[in-house]
Design a protein around this ligand. Sequence first.
Ligand SMILES: Nc1nc2c(c(=O)[nH]1)N[C@H]1C(S)=C(S)[C@@H](COP(=O)(O)O)O[C@H]1N2
Ligand SMILES: [Mo]
Length: 251
Amino acid sequence: MSKITRRRLVLGSSTLGLGGALGGLLGGCELIENGPRRPGLYGLSDTLTLATQRFLLRDQPLVREFGPEAISAVFPTINTTDPDDPAYRRSKAAGFSDWRLPVSGLVERPTAFTLAELRAMPARTQITLHACEQGWSAIGGWTGVPLSHVLASVGLKPEARFIVIRTVDGWWDTYDLFDALHPQTILAYGMNGRDLPVAHGAPVRLRVERQLGYKSLKYLASIEATDRVDGLGQGRGSMVSELGFSWYAGI
Ligand SMILES: Nc1nc2c(c(=O)[nH]1)N[C@H]1C(S)=C(S)[C@@H](COP(=O)(O)O)O[C@H]1N2
Ligand SMILES: [Mo]
């Protein structure tokens, strides 16, 4: 697993360099091989931004973690705060005991995990700064299982390059393995020492700490490993990219 990961990182960063920039200039604007695209100058600037960030962060440094005293008294909730979905409402009423998270696609052993199974996996707690593109930020403590652990437990196939995540409220986003396997990328079921509240994405949300808040999807419905994302939707890599946001929202 770690060998494959290293090879991918090297591959990823070399294709992202000059080749990516030139490709962008020539109008190809492919952010990563088989990855999302945006046309024209946006595509070019996406490519340069990602290439720069990936170079600077090539050793996968952790984002800053705070002590418990730094936790914000109020952590805003925005957009969906209680999904209006019959199956979700039923599951919520049952304390999410019937909830399942299918992990499928390019994996050896597709598995639908229960909340109890995720909780039984090695846990990580991190107190981090959440920055929303809408101009607010807050510090919260998140507990969950690293996505890398979940993917290792189902056996990510060598041809997998991206992780597609879909949510109960119809959001979807994609992550390349560089971000998906980052140690602070976790499937969080706890917040500030308690169960993750419904308003913050219960029973399980994603935390992708090195990107803006909109990449940290709430109300996870499924996880899928793929070798390309340029064929999904409009090829922009996520629901919010189709509304004009950048696929890569590194901070
Ligand atoms: N499924 C889903 N995930 C989501 C959203 C959403 O509306 N639905 N909003 C995003 C945005 S823009 C932000 S800033 C954070 C907000 O998380 P919070 O409500 O816990 O503060 O969740 C992100 N993930
Ligand atoms: Mo946000």
